[in-house]
Design a protein around this ligand. Structure first.
Ligand code: GLU
Ligand code: MG
Length: 443
């Protein structure tokens, strides 16, 4: 049973001075979409009768099979606090269904739900806490984004160096009004870079929260004359933005990753989950790091991971186990970036981890040293492999991995790889400023 009934939603709309309701969903490439309806249509909306044309959405369907229905998740109902408070705008997050009443297999939210069901059948619930980083850039006279940052601050710096502080504060306040529990917010390492962490939740809620978070951050930045971007590496030579993903499995309300009798306080399931992620990560990277630009972040020296490794302390490792134990025991995957589709990201992470548990995989030895400081020979001697170095390599690897392909399903794999190979080809054939400055004079 959900929190809200259809009648509750109708009452909220009718009695809460709501004029518009945005019916939101996410496309295969992680972009938030919506259809706005007026309050007069709310009855239809709660009865799953709002229709969309799926053929207009990239990665959805072809023109001859395009009618789809939005099934709102009633519990996701909230009003948008940055919109006028008279004649309010509300929103609901929706699943996409076919006219025959079956979930559309190209809907990322349904994909995650399917995978969560598999975990549930094994007795697990999957909790996730993301750490979303982003940049706030200035806009030009025409209101277009630049890559000029609006501050000179660094890690944990405080006003007045951190000019983005007031925008960040406003974002946090808006999020709290929407029911988020914001646990921490701070300036990140790079100038103009920020992080806001909200409380972990079950994976579906977290993926919904990430999508709404990005929408809120961008909207509030724009209101303040700034441009917020979740592009992973907007500026060469300084840190990029990650979305470190903290994951744990629970059974009967207890964290199964915790085992006080183990020297590191981790259970057998935790070790196998780590091993499962490490076994599949190269073929999951096209999902966790989906842009050409994502691979410019995954280079040594900027606190982003590049090598397949895990550690209970070391931040240079791909997987880190933060200090908390007991119910807070978790596995932090550090490669994902905030441009990824969180539904697909969490679906592949969960299936990879469960595969590790199912097969009783054991991870390699923990790496205690700074991997960035190791030579290639040292890494070879320790058998430390690298993450894919480009979107192309990541896509090729993804297609070789049965588990990842099955998790995403034929429809998403086909649409996703088609779109992403085309993106790679566009990049491969474009002539960049770097090439011109490097070769124009020399040759
Ligand atoms: N910005 C870094 C990254 O790209 C992470 C910094 C941190 O440890 O929070 O992953
Ligand atoms: Mg951070």
């Amino acid at each position: 049973m959900g929190k809200y009934s259809k009648e509750d939603i109708i009452k909220f709309v009718e009695e809460g001075d709501v004029e518009f309701i945005r019916m939101q969903f996410t496309d295969v490439f992680g972009r938030l979409k919506n259809v706005a309806i007026t309050a007069s249509q709310i009855q239809k909306a709660v009865n799953n009768e709002i229709m969309i044309d799926g053929s207009s959405i990239e990665g959805f369907v072809r023109i001859n099979e395009s009618d789809m229905y939005l099934h709102p998740d009633l519990d996701s109902y909230t009003t948008l606090p940055w919109r006028p408070q008279q004649g309010k705008v509300a929103r609901m997050i929706c699943d996409v269904y076919l006219p025959d009443g079956t979930p559309f297999e190209g809907d990322p939210r349904s994909t995650l739900k399917k995978v969560l069901k598999i975990a549930e059948e094994k007795g697990y619930s999957f909790n996730v806490g993301p750490e979303c980083e982003f940049f706030l850039f200035e806009t030009d006279d025409k209101g277009l984004p630049t890559t000029q940052t609006n501050d000179d601050a660094g890690y944990f710096d405080l006003d007045p160096l951190d000019h983005g502080g007031s925008t960040r504060r406003e974002i946090c306040m808006m999020l709290e009004k929407m029911g988020y529990e914001v646990e921490a917010s701070h300036h990140e390492v790079a100038r103009g870079q920020h992080e806001i962490d909200f409380k972990y939740a079950d994976a579906l809620k977290t993926a919904d929260n990430v999508m709404t978070f990005k929408f809120a951050v961008k909207t509030i930045a724009q209101k303040n004359g700034l441009h917020a971007t979740f592009m992973p590496k907007p500026i060469f030579g300084i840190n990029g933005s990650g979305m470190h993903t903290n994951m744990s499995l629970f059974r009967d309300g207890k964290n199964v990753f915790a085992d006080p009798s183990d020297p590191l306080g981790l259970s057998k399931e935790a070790y196998s989950f780590i091993a499962g992620i490490l076994a599949h990560i190269e073929s999951m990277t096209a999902i966790t790091n989906p842009l050409v630009n994502s691979y410019k972040r995954l280079v040594p020296g900027y606190e982003a991971p590049c090598y397949l490794s895990w550690s209970a302390s070391n931040r240079s490792a791909l997987i880190r186990i933060p200090a908390a134990r007991g119910q807070g025991t978790r596995v932090e995957l550090r490669c994902p970036d905030p441009s990824c589709n969180p539904y697909l990201e969490l679906a592949v992470c969960l299936m990879a981890g469960l595969d590790g548990i199912e097969k009783g995989l054991v991870p390699p030895e923990e790496i205690l040293d700074n991997i960035f400081a190791m030579s290639e020979e040292e890494r070879k001697a320790k058998n430390i492999k690298s993450l894919p170095s480009s979107l192309k390599e990541a896509l090729d690897k993804m297609l070789e991995d049965e588990l990842v392909c099955n998790t995403l399903g034929k429809h998403i794999i086909t649409q996703y790889t088609e779109g992403k190979y085309a993106e790679w080809d566009e990049y491969r054939t474009a002539v960049s400023d770097w090439e011109v400055s490097k070769y124009l004079m020399m040759y």
